[in-house]
Design a protein. Structure first.
Lengths: 460, 294
């Protein structure tokens, strides 16, 4: 049989049998929450496949051209070659719009899956020793995903994305001492510049994807080396992993998940319009539209910029402009604390042991309350990013909506954290599964009952 | 696994794979006949979903369920392994003649070589940083100046010069310095507030001839074009982050994150009745930066 020959030939040259057997027998826990990271992984596959297709049509060039294509409302309009090529891709390339929309939806899903995966890791304590480094790598991947989302969103050079770039430039400009240099280096001069589009393109299709693939490989290699965490349960201990073997059951399940993820992306990419750049028009530095919202994962930053009161710092003739605080300081603190969290928590809890069994969130009321509080803070910021839309829908003045958000952004997290804390205690108190059994009886083959050692590891 | 359940699983898999095959063919037909985004999406989704469903049914109904257990071994290496690695790593001090390496002279020589390597690579690294400077020009005074010059005629976005008689009271248009229509940092809002000269602030008595005021259109918060004019209350609103500016008092910020007024362009009316700039803005336009006041 030819396949057999090929495999034997490979093995004679590489000696793979022992390694392959170990790999095939690797055990994966079956809990549903472990699929979230896989969803992110498969979104990445979809992104690379559709993204490669898009590069064959997209032109990373900000030079101005006059459009004469099949989208009549923009006929004769001056626009960048980048915008023109995106229009052509959307209207004149067969399956082009589908690919573009799948790509955009998959990107939204990608960042979303990473965030939910991150929350799962946080709330179950999976970041604890010995997995601190993988937490750091995972967070770096999250940052890279945010960066690639933003750069990709900016490529079509439409009015909406141009506004986003303009704000990004202003935030860069606000950094003390190096801001002006940094902004000029990144943008190739004063905004708007023709250099930024081709630069974003290379960053979007080469630099960040290469980093993502490299770090992701490390992320997974470390996971294989350290083996999965698992929730406590019958037969599950710190010293083992219980679940399905890689071959064949897990392979079939995870391949199935891949096709489901791709299928969902295809369905929403085909049926739901996203980023209709032809409605926004080409970028024009003197135009802007109200109700401009970025993609969801930038929403918290947009909200922070909108809620920031009119403060700036002036020291000895120098100034730290307003956008620095919500645009640089806030994300800087956010990610620094997140990166250091495994070590911070270890110090606070004085727990420096290895942990392979996961926490149930309710059993860690303080961590869970903190996580919910912080999450609420960013959720309020996210909603505040749409304060103009909310004001219009509710028929309120934008000013009162903004004032309300400025209060809510501090009040709601405290309330949410307090409620979570109480809820955790209440749940833990009422949970019958946490009551230690008085005795466990086993039925012997003779039909007699004897008291047995409890099989379960005690929780905490 | 009972035979019945296995048979049901097999039927489901067959149906799913059949759906995949049919949808894949339909997808090809849609493409060949001109393409249609919604249909393409639906057929692609069904084709992929069928594969996914078949695999999951197979995994749950036909394949071993376990649960299987794998032992977890301690991750840390044994002291013996660590000692062995350390020993092998220190071969860097071993040139075949351990005696020489052990001697103080040999150690010092190797240390010196090590430092020279570090210094050389460091120097190369620093030199490699310089090309970064090619990525952009020095900021210089670019952030401090616009295209407005003494006597620049005020033109509309179509390049038409604006006469003092052109706008009615309450009207607003976007204007540029003549010859620089579309210039991002020179975009200016021209508003007619009254029939008679207006003074927005002390010291600006000559800036508002014939009731005209002109403000930079670039928001002092994050640089968006301040595009919305609420005529009844004479306020400008930036749609990006809702900074609001009071037009009659020199575009002072009254709401939102902006901390500074929009810079005002001093206007004059030339001999032919056209609006002109007296000079450039008296301060940098747009978002703040650290040395803005220098």
């Amino acid at each position: 049989m030819p396949i057999d020959d090929v495999i034997r030939g490979l093995d004679r040259r590489l000696g793979l049998a022992r390694f392959a057997r170990t790999a095939l027998n690797k055990v994966f826990p079956d809990h549903w929450s472990f699929m979230i990271g896989e969803i992110a992984l498969y979104c990445l596959v979809v992104l690379i496949a559709t993204g490669a297709y898009l590069t064959f049509f997209y032109v990373p060039d900000a030079r101005q051209v006059v459009y004469h294509g099949s989208y009549a409302p923009l006929d004769g309009v001056t626009m960048s070659a980048a915008y023109q090529s995106t229009l052509q891709l959307s209207f004149d390339v067969r399956a082009g719009l589908l690919m573009r929309q799948i790509h955009h939806w998959a990107a939204l899903l990608f960042v979303g899956a990473i965030l939910v995966h991150l929350l799962r890791i946080f709330f179950t304590g999976a970041f604890r020793k010995p997995r601190e480094l993988n937490w750091v790598i995972g967070l770096s991947l999250f940052l890279l995903a945010l960066g690639n989302g933003f750069t990709g969103y900016s490529l079509p050079d439409d009015l909406l994305s141009g506004t986003g770039l303009r704000i990004a430039y202003s935030v860069l400009l606000s950094i003390p001492l190096v801001g002006t240099w940094l902004a000029f280096l990144v943008f190739g001069g004063e905004f708007p510049s023709n250099d930024i589009i081709p630069r974003l393109f290379v960053i979007h299709v080469l630099v960040i994807p290469a980093l993502i693939v490299g770090l992701l490989t490390l992320h997974l290699a470390m996971l294989v080396r350290q083996k999965h965490t698992q929730f406590p349960g019958p037969g599950r201990r710190e010293t083992n992993v219980v679940g399905s073997k890689l071959w064949p059951t897990f392979t079939a399940k995870t391949l199935g998940l891949f096709f489901f993820v791709f299928s969902v992306c295809a369905a929403i990419g085909g049926l739901f319009q996203i980023n209709p750049i032809w409605l926004y028009g080409p970028f024009d530095p003197s135009a802007v539209s109200a109700g401009s919202q970025p993609d969801w994962y930038i929403g918290w930053l947009e909200g922070a910029l909108r809620l920031m009161p009119p403060w700036e710092l002036r020291l000895a003739g120098f100034e730290i402009p307003n956008p620095f605080f919500p645009g640089v300081l806030l994300p800087g603190i956010t990610f620094t604390v997140m990166f250091l969290w495994p070590w911070i928590e270890a110090r606070l809890s004085k727990d420096h042991d290895d942990h392979h069994l996961l926490d149930r969130p309710r059993d860690r009321p303080r961590r869970t309350a903190l996580g919910v509080g912080v999450l609420t803070f960013y959720l309020v910021l996210f909603l505040a990013g749409g304060n103009d839309v909310i004001a219009a829908h509710l028929g309120l003045s934008i000013n009162s909506v903004t004032f309300a958000f400025r209060a809510l952004v501090f009040v709601l997290p405290l309330v949410a954290a307090f409620v979570t804390y109480r809820l955790c205690h209440e749940l833990a108190r009422r949970d019958p599964s946490d009551a230690s059994p008085l005795a466990v009886l086993e039925r012997t083959s003779q039909g007699a009952y004897v008291e047995a050692e409890p099989d379960r590891e005690p929780v905490d | 696994m009972s035979g019945d359940a296995e048979q049901r699983a097999t039927v489901r898999i067959a149906v799913a794979l059949g759906a995949t095959t049919v949808s894949a063919l339909a997808l090809a037909v849609v493409y060949l006949t001109g393409g249609q985004t919604q249909l393409e999406g639906i057929f692609l989704a069904i084709a992929l979903g069928g594969l996914g469903y078949a695999l999951v049914v197979a995994a749950r109904g036909l394949l071993p369920q376990g649960p299987f257990t794998e032992d977890r071994h301690p991750l840390a290496s044994t002291p013996d392994d660590i000692a062995a690695v350390a020993h092998d790593f220190e071969a860097v001090y071993d040139k075949g003649r351990y005696d020489e390496a052990e001697s103080a002279e040999g150690l010092a020589r190797r240390r010196l070589i090590g430092r020279m390597f570090a210094g050389a690579v460091g120097a190369l690294g620093v030199a490699a940083l310089f090309p970064i400077a090619s990525l952009g020009p020095r900021p210089g005074n670019k952030l401090f100046r616009t295209q407005w010059r003494k006597g620049s005629r005020v033109v509309s976005d179509q390049g038409e010069p604006v006469k003092a008689s052109d706008l009615d009271v309450g009207e607003i248009i976007a204007v540029f310095p003549e010859g620089h229509v579309g210039s991002a940092d020179s975009q200016t809002l021209l508003i007619r507030l009254s029939e008679t000269p207006v003074t927005t602030r002390p010291g600006r008595e000559t800036w508002g001839p014939a009731g005209y005021v002109a403000y930079s259109k670039v928001c002092t918060h994050a640089g968006c074009p301040v595009g919305l004019y609420q005529q009844a209350i004479e306020r400008l609103l930036c749609p990006c982050h809702q900074s609001t500016f009071e037009v009659s008092t020199g575009a002072t910020p009254v709401f939102g994150p902006a901390t500074r007024p929009l810079p005002q362009l001093p206007l004059m009316v030339d001999a032919h009745g056209y609006l002109c700039a007296q000079r450039d803005f008296d301060q940098p336009i747009g978002p703040g930066f650290w040395n803005r006041d220098r």
